[in-house]
Design a protein around this ligand. Structure first.
Ligand code: ZN
Length: 427
């Protein structure tokens, strides 16, 4: 088993500047680490370049407007944490080098590992700074008043050790303690602690350790759920951390399937691939700038996500061409209504509602709205004026309609986009 804790022999509050809500939010740590891995070259990366890309990524992952102040904090605060834990080293004011590949790979493996990493960094900081006994007291008393008393004491000690909190009594002083407790309290089933260091009756939950648990907000009216944080495998985390916990009783936990873990990774990798390709197209001025190039590369690199998309279509819709009804499964293509290259958000890229099963001919005609579209209003198949003479060869009549059951609210939304593309060149 990976002995990640050995890397934290020297962590101490005397050099801590990483403590913030973002660096303690395990989802941020997971995404930023994945991002570093993806865009590093020979273990080096440029802070400025990476941050620019990350700010695009953040719209999707954390529901942040890239133009808003503070967005870059998400990235910088995790870098601080990774530097603090000796995973990264700052070479000059904007270059970083990866020092601990093993730790970075560990975090990249699955979201829960980012939490394990955070827990161990905090645990060893407390241990090295002589704060673990106080934390033990917080955990073992049932009285909320008593807990609060020990938290005050913990806070007083942290503010003495932590040189980055120079002014006792400031908000930041309290926040340092609050964040440290949040990460430890969730796994130890302890009470949630407010920004003012008041102990709440509620037990710290997944929401308190995540910046994104409420879901991905969208620029349109679609209700989109968070695809990344649907599941958190607490049993896995507890099993890994069993030597470091302050809880005694073992209660049954629901664990998530291996498939869920794979799905989360697939989605993240797909998102990174889309960004990577958009970057390539923008910077290198490659001749393969077309939509088709992006589609092919994304599909081949993300076979798992593509397979999942296809399986979902077969599961939720009838196994036949949405246009002509051909029902030979092996001939059906899982067609994106809004293609990968145009999906700003991962939700759209993996959402089976943004797809239809089609026979090879209708898939080819429908793709990018080059020849035909499906009217979002009533499902009528519309052929571009210039191709109207081929209608019969297309196996269509002016009355051909898509099955009404496929016209769901979400699919209509994607079809509206398709209709707009269609109209642009319908001359
Ligand atoms: Zn067909």
């Amino acid at each position: 088993m990976y002995t990640i804790y050995e890397d934290f022999q020297n962590v101490s509050y005397t050099k801590a500047k990483f403590l913030s809500d973002k660096s303690y939010a395990y989802d941020t740590v997971f995404f930023v680490s994945k991002f570093i891995m993806k865009f590093q070259k020979n273990g080096l990366f440029d802070l400025k370049q990476n941050m620019e890309l990350f700010n695009k990524y953040i719209i999707d992952m954390f529901n942040r407007n890239p133009a808003s102040k503070g967005t870059s904090n998400y990235y910088l605060e995790v870098l601080n944490l990774l530097e603090y834990a000796n995973v990264l080293e700052k070479i000059d004011h904007h270059m970083y080098q990866i020092k601990n590949w093993e730790a970075l790979r560990f975090i990249n493996e699955r979201m829960e590992n980012a939490y394990i990493f955070n827990y161990l960094v905090t645990y060893h900081t407390f241990k090295n700074d002589g704060l673990l006994d106080i934390y033990k007291k917080i955990c073992t008393t049932d009285s909320l008043k008593e807990k609060e008393k020990w938290i005050q004491e913990l806070n007083a000690k942290i503010s003495v050790i932590n040189v980055s909190v120079q002014t006792p009594g400031t908000v930041w002083e309290k926040l340092n303690t609050k964040y440290a407790l949040t990460v430890l309290n969730f796994i130890n089933k302890q009470n949630y602690v407010s920004r003012e260091l008041h102990v709440q009756k509620e037990i710290a939950d997944i929401e308190s350790i995540s910046v994104n648990v409420k879901g991905t907000k969208t620029y349109d009216n679609l209700p989109k759920s968070n695809n990344y944080l649907k599941k958190f495998d607490l049993s896995y985390v507890k099993d890994f951390l069993k030597d470091y916990l302050f809880i005694k009783e073992e209660e049954p936990e629901t664990s998530i399937s291996k498939d869920d873990v794979i799905e989360i990774n697939e989605m993240t990798n797909l998102k990174l691939d889309l960004l990577d390709l958009q970057k390539d197209i923008k910077e290198k001025n490659t001749e393969f700038t077309g939509e088709q190039y992006v589609e092919n590369v994304v599909r081949s690199r993300n076979a798992g996500a593509q397979r999942r998309f296809r399986n979902n279509l077969f599961k939720h819709t009838e196994a036949k061409c949405a246009i002509c009804g051909l029902s030979i499964p092996e001939l059906l293509i899982s067609s994106h209504i809004k293609p990968y290259s145009k999906c700003e958000e991962i939700y759209d890229a993996v959402n089976y509602e943004n797809g239809l099963l089609m026979c090879p001919m209708h898939d080819a005609l429908f793709e990018s709205a080059k020849y035909i579209t499906i009217d979002a209003k009533d499902g009528t198949i519309k052929v571009k004026k210039q191709y109207a003479p081929f209608m019969k060869s297309f196996n269509l009549t002016p009355k051909t309609k898509m099955d009404a059951s496929l016209l769901t609210a979400e699919r209509k939304h994607y079809l509206e986009w398709h209709n707009q593309q269609f109209e642009k060149t319908n001359k």
